[in-house]
Ligand binder design. Sequence first.
Ligand SMILES: [Zn+2]
Length: 83
Amino acid sequence: MTVYATPDRNAADVRVIRAAGDLVCVRCRLKSGDGDPADFPADGIPAMLDHLDFHTVVGDHVPLEAFVRLRSEYADLSEDGAL
Ligand SMILES: [Zn+2]
């Protein structure tokens, strides 16, 4: 499992992981509304970057490191011709 952001690191307000190949914003408050916390599964790296942008818009702290890591992974995928 890869951890891109977690409250234990850099005071992030989100927990973003890749588990079994799936990118997930864990117990996402944007997705949860007034109900129980729910996970947001992103359909690829661009979708997760958009999602994290939205977290910053509403005032959540998303560490720069998380964006940098996702963007560099996405760039690597592009170089391999996977996209
Ligand atoms: Zn989220």
